[in-house]
Design a binder for this molecule. Structure first.
Ligand SMILES: [Zn+2]
Length: 353
């Protein structure tokens, strides 16, 4: 357990940050638990176009994070904050140490205690949590039963929330359904983590796009008849996630058939979680799921019913699936909840979650 820090007295005003591979966002928590005055910059990590080698990326990302937070805390929006919450795109051990953050600084980097580092630099208590853990906390009050939050964007992330805690082990393992290997073939689709055939390589926004382009190349006649052809300039590689989501929403058979193929292993993952530990609520967030909307949930429901969920009828099976909020503020709002909860329970914040 890392050093605990006593929160400043007086009315609570919390600043929260969401550090992802693409962007760093910083905002302040409102009196009603929402987020406002959000600033966004491109993360200076390995995901940045034209980024230099991964070796120095860790220092660059952490420097940028501290710099941007210092600036925000000096501004009228951040001035007077009593604590900072950071949602972090990587697993955190119980002692607060980050041992890997592939989307931020690649695989080759020393373990680092981000919370201690920031707290020393900012002179404030800092609470750090994994980003999907933070996002799950957004739903802690409104979801009365245990649930699994699954994000479907460029990759796939997941966390199970049960009885006031997110289920991971002391090293931060768990909630990584996106790296569950579903295809053992040697030429299976590559995952961002460097592995192959992972669920995140097949059923993420990126994976679904890859499948749609491959299907279009394999069956040019069907592609030509689909709603995808014109916006793609009649080229398979011209298909985009936006056009794909639009075509699925409009009921285009080719796009829908392709998406079903990618949702099958995702349904299998849900089925496995349900049968293993009895979680009956699955909330989907993330750019691609939100873009497809309710149709995403109904198509996934079809696949889940085909799998069958032991002990449930088809209506109960479909009722397990729902979309989360449509905004992109899950991690920031969830960090606000975590800070609020820490302050309520004790005047001491512990920066290891
Ligand atoms: Zn992977």
């Amino acid at each position: 357990m890392s050093a605990a820090i006593t929160a400043a007295p007086g009315p609570r005003h919390h600043v929260v940050a969401d550090l992802g591979g693409t962007s760093l966002r910083i905002g302040r928590i409102t009196a009603h638990g929402g987020v406002e005055a959000v600033r966004r910059v491109t993360t200076d990590g390995i995901g940045r176009p034209g980024a230099r080698a991964a070796g120095t990326a860790q220092r660059r990302v952490l420097d940028q994070l501290a710099r941007e937070l210092e600036e925000y805390l000096r501004s009228p929006d951040g001035h007077g904050a009593s604590a900072v919450g950071l949602s972090f795109a990587g697993p955190l051990a119980k002692d607060g140490v980050v041992r890997a953050a592939p989307t931020l600084w690649g695989a080759e980097a020393a373990p680092v205690h981000v919370g201690d580092l920031l707290s020393a630099r900012l002179g404030l208590p800092v609470l750090v949590a994994n980003d999907i853990t933070a996002a799950a906390w957004r739903y802690a009050e409104t979801e009365t039963a245990p649930f699994c939050l699954i994000t479907i964007s460029s990759g796939i992330g997941s966390k199970v929330f049960r009885h006031g805690e997110v289920l991971v082990d002391d090293q931060g393992h768990g909630g990584e359904l996106g790296h569950w290997r579903i295809d053992l073939s040697e030429d299976a689709a590559p995952c961002d983590c460097g592995g192959r055939g992972h669920l995140g390589a097949v059923a993420s926004g990126r994976g679904i796009l890859r499948a749609a382009r491959a299907a279009a190349a394999a069956d040019p006649a069907a592609f030509a008849r689909s709603a995808l052809a014109a916006p793609a300039g009649h080229r398979p590689e011209g298909i985009t996630n936006e056009a794909l989501a639009r075509a699925v929403r409009a009921g285009d058979p080719f796009a829908t058939h392709t998406l079903r193929g990618s949702l099958r292993p995702l349904a299998s993952a849900v089925n496995c979680l349900f049968t293993a530990i009895g979680i009956r609520r699955y909330l989907f967030i993330g750019g691609f799921a939100v873009a497809v909307g309710e149709r995403f949930v109904s198509l996934l429901g079809d696949e889940l019913v085909r799998h069958g969920c032991f002990g449930l009828d088809s209506a109960e099976t479909r009722a397990m699936l729902a979309l989360g909020a449509r905004d992109d503020d899950h991690c920031l709002i969830g960090m606000g909840r975590m800070l609020e909860r820490s302050s309520h329970l004790t005047p001491v914040l512990e920066d290891s979650v």
